[in-house]
Structure formats: C-alpha cells, structure tokens
Design a protein around this ligand. Sequence first.
Ligand SMILES: C[S@@+](CC[C@H](N)C(=O)[O-])C[C@H]1O[C@@H](n2cnc3c(N)ncnc32)[C@H](O)[C@@H]1O
Length: 278
Amino acid sequence: MSDGQSSAASKGDPKLPSHIPLGVPTPARMYDEALGGKDHFAVDRTAVAKLYEVVGEEVARSTAMSNRHFLGRVVKFLAKECGIRQFIDVGSGLPTVRNTHEIAQEADPDSKVVYVDVDPIVAVHGRALLSGGNTRIVTADMREPETILNNPLTLELIDFDQPVAVLFIAVFHFISRADDPARIVAAFRERQAPGSYLAISHLTTEDMPQKIQDGWSAAFANSTSPMVFRDKEEVREIFAGYRLVDPGLVRLHEWRPDGESSLKTASVFGGVGQVDTP
Ligand SMILES: C[S@@+](CC[C@H](N)C(=O)[O-])C[C@H]1O[C@@H](n2cnc3c(N)ncnc32)[C@H](O)[C@@H]1O
C-alpha cells in the first residue's frame, strides 16, 4: 500500500476489518514487499529493511521470488504431469503474479483451489482476485488443521474421495516445534485419497551463517509469526507418510528447473511427496 494508505490504515481505514493487525508486521505483508507488491504498510517495510541490512536486499528479494517460482513449477507439475485437479494452498499469502489457481486452471479450467491464510488481509485483498467460481479463500490457522478440513468453504469445493494436493509453501518456518508441522500434515494425510500429494518449501539452516540466521530472526521477531529454523533432516521428517518424488528434497532452484525460473537460493529447500499407500 502507498504511504497514504498506510497512514489511513493506522488511523483506522474503514475498508479494513478491525481485526487486521496494523501496528505489527505480518509475514504475508512482508513477503508482499519483498516480491515488489503494494499491499503492505510502513511497519512491514521497516521490518523487511532489517532483513535487507543483514542479508542484502537483492538476496532477500531473489529468495522470495525463487520461492514463488518453485510454487509455480510445483503446481504446473502436479496439474499437468500428475493430473491433480484439487489444491489446498495453506499459508497462500496475498495475491500476486501467477497464483495457484491461474496455473492449475491453465491445465484444466475446472481445477479447484482453496486458499488458506491466517492473516485476514489475504481475504480482504484476495476476495476479488482469488475467490469465486472454482476458488475459495478460508481465513484459518493451520495450527488447527480441522478448522481448514471441516470448513464449509473447503467442503464446498474439495472432494476428499479424489486426489488433492496440499501446499505448505514457505509457511512451516512460522510454526514452532511445539505446534509440530508433522502433526498438521498428518491431519491432512488422514483425509487425502490415494494419489494425493504434499508440497513443502522451508527456509533451513543449511549453509546459513549464524549472522544471516540472526538477520532473518530479527526481521520477524516482532511480527505476528516469529521465525523457526529447521535443518534439512527436520524438513524431511515432515514428509512422513509420503514418498518424495524426484529429485527429492533439494534447494529450490534444483527442483525440476524449467530454465525460466532458476534464481539460486542457498538455504531454502523444497520437495513434493505422494501419499504413500501400502
Ligand atoms: C512467506 S508467505 C508464503 C506465501 C505463499 N505460500 C508463497 O510461498 O508464495 C507465508 C504465509 O504463511 C501465512 N501463515 C503464517 N502462519 C500461519 C498459520 N498459522 N496459519 C495459516 N497461515 C499462516 C502468512 O500469513 C503468510 O501469508
């Protein structure tokens, strides 16, 4: 958002619901800033600036973009090569270029996509672009997976007797060890039909100097979701019950590169697994 909108917001913009946290940075709005979007406030820019100081603006922005490209390649792969027609995109973020439903519906206009995010601003800004027809937006906290799985909007669109891909792209590093990403994934896996998929990307400690890790932590420390680091093995453990498809859990730019989107990221890993049916 422009500074004008930002100050209007902090005075209580009547267009924004009162439960939107305006005085605290949120990951959805910080990510929007890093991707060059417009749906963020001064408080988010200040938080991201801390990250740029330590990590470097170019590196931070290209990490965000590389993650976005990874999401695009994953959805394309699932839609075109695996025949997936239903997606639940958890922690979907604000609408930006190449949203999940746009890619999925290129393969089949009937593809269904449920977007889920804890940040209510995603629904406010996303309603026009992301909702209606074969898409829905659910405002829910993934730490309570049943509120997503049993949400009437989810059930309106998703047939759990058919394969469904669940996407957790750049979200589990906002989930504490106590809240346990594997428990969250297990709740989805129990509902997924054979042939379903899971996709994850995660900022890890691999090849990450302590100073850079501290930079990421400081940037998110005062946000609604402080950052939680895991190593690559811990991320692999979240795939329990799924069989990783080639090339496994790898650096994002190494995951089925298509030549167009191979921005390098040292420490963010991603992978796709298929429900392992005995
Ligand atoms: C870095 S953005 C990733 C957006 C998108 N998945 C992508 O990769 O382009 C992280 C998103 O996760 C959301 N998020 C964080 N904690 C969450 C929670 N407990 N439940 C649902 N969404 C959450 C944030 O609001 C934010 O939109």
